[in-house]
Ligand binder design. Sequence first.
Ligand SMILES: Nc1ncnc2c1ncn2[C@@H]1O[C@H](COP(=O)(O)OP(=O)(O)OP(=O)(O)O)[C@@H](O)[C@H]1O
Length: 709
Amino acid sequence: MRMSTLHHSSTWSSMLHLFKTGRLWFPDDFYATSEPLAPSEKAPASLQSTYDAWFTSRLLPRGETLVPGAHRRVSLTNLKLAFIIIRTCAVEFFAHILSLHPIRTTLMLSLNVVRSLFPAFRGYSQALIIDELQCLITSGNFTWSRLLNLVATELVRRIFESLLDSFAASNETVVVDSAKFYVEYVQMEQRVRLDIPTLSDPVVRDLLHESDLFARSFSGSGFGLLSPLDFIHIISLVTEIFSHLLLIFSLTGGATHYGVLLLSIFSATVPLFVTWFGCPDAHSETLYSPREARAADRQEKMRNLAYNEAHRPEIELFGLGDWILKTWASARKVVLDSDQNQQLRESSIISKLNFADFLFALQNIPLVLLLQTSSASLGSLTLYRSSIQSVILASRNLLATSRMVFQGIFFMSAFCAGKNLKPKLQPRAEDVVPYQTSVSGATIKAHGLSYTYPGCSEPALKDVSFTLQSGETLAIVGYNGSGKSTLAKVLLRIIDHDSGELCVNGVDIRRYDPYDYHQHLTGVFQGFSKFNTTVRENVGLGRVEKMRSRAAIESAIHLAEADSVVNSLPYGLRQILETPGFESMSYAGCTASPRQHGLSGGEWQRLSIARAFMRANELQVDLLLFDEPTSSLDAQAQKQIFDTIERISRSPTTGDRTKSVIFITHRLSTARRADKVAMMENGTISEFGTHAELLAMGGGYAALYRASE
Ligand SMILES: Nc1ncnc2c1ncn2[C@@H]1O[C@H](COP(=O)(O)OP(=O)(O)OP(=O)(O)O)[C@@H](O)[C@H]1O
């Protein structure tokens, strides 16, 4: 039997070359190009950024978009998009992964190539044993010691293989873990960096969803997803196929056997291409129609309703159990029907697979030819047969892996684009103005402010204008839904007004870096957060730098008149607070914490005020903004809190105002304490002035005030 020398291309060196020549990330101000793009059919070559490519890959011909996570069709357009993604993002991504552990990653690549040669060696070694045995038996020289010798050699080869395997696996774990950490870190960073207007953009939400899927693919629980490190798998499979083909060639490589070789390869590979290209529906994307997507969404919502403890009281009170079950069942049926249809489409492959099996039978023809036209040994025939089978299996694997990698490329583009998402509230670097603290509090000038929530037709704010002088107190009052909280969010720079002008200390608020601006104010939101953690952290989060300072936390609690609340808790500051709907995590080995304790609405509110007070005394804080801070407090507690706010807003030495204060309230007895009152109606400030002026006007405020008496 003649064996050819095995050659394999140095795939990893070409990969390194790719790393070196690859283009860097697209410009980070990609958002300028994030407007809806032309459908994918039109000139994808003109797309330059990863984001553009990702966006275009989701567009369907009828103007719809794929639901996040749906597989992309293998089409020429998508292949071009995948190429753009590889050029603009994948190369950079791999270069980064390589830089985390250059030696280990290179070793991992090399070992994968070496390990992929093992099956061919295994086949070759077994063929040698069979041949030797055949030779020993036919020559009548068979001895048990010779047989044991052969078996021992095979054993040593296998031990070497497993040692290398376990070393490669432990090396791979280190590389994969560091890549996993990097990807998860970027994911977390994306989430905490982006602001509400960016996160509420539906396209950004879809992008982050696919980016999450990409991150999950590293955890090995990626629902059939492949992480980019599995690209190496492709290299291994190619090497494995190549090595088997070399073996087959060495068996059939004589001039008279080229026809046999071609027939072998043809019979081995054609069936695979038949299953791949012969059935267009077989590899169509797992795509939900808009109706099915809505059903999937509804199904999830119903599941959440059923599982979330926070909704339990109202589910019981309003008897929602039946409704949840029926709605879930009908949505689930739509989703299952869609899955079934998908499976039916796929089952059409099976008939074609039978055809493929028929072609597999052709492999026996070269075997017969081989037997007749050569002095082939038993070992070479066994090797031929096992190599052909291995080529088939590895090629199948290669096609399946390639398809998953193809999908993975698009999820990777979401990850890369998400990494470069620019928060909408962040001004351009050249426009940023550092916030200058005012000694007597912030001056606010609003002119013609308007704001409409995304997806709404009616504006929540319309033409809002007012001026708050430095050190003044402003009460915002008005009917439910008149826009008070929305105005507060605009003033706190949580959302951005659509039109009009808003200046704080004489500078357009859009020119402040939101992080810098937020350092100079504090407040309480109407829907403040209740954290499932200790009292200490619930309060300390108002100024994380002082979280470890017991004195600072106790002082804030004292200012918010919350001492009695904390003192009544069994574990005081260390008391973990129970929040509705939040199931605290407990890991194996830890028993659930016995220190959970619930609080009343008013007690929670005091803690949220204490959180705001963590930074209220600081000189740099110019503005205190409270959105119904005392709505759950009794009249006496409310008066105490407003007395404290008044005290904090003044200098302890001179008594002069050092901070401006804005509060939203439905209690007009509190509103009259303010220097100015803004009455809001239908999204606009209809009356503005002192309490006395507004009463004298006899308008909406006067009517509201009389009604509250
Ligand atoms: N996230 C949102 N998305 C869409 N519309 C919203 C959102 N939040 C508020 N709105 C709408 O904006 C309008 C103003 O709401 P806002 O919360 O500012 O009123 P408000 O004066 O604070 O009311 P309340 O006194 O009840 O707290 C309302 O019509 C409300 O339905």
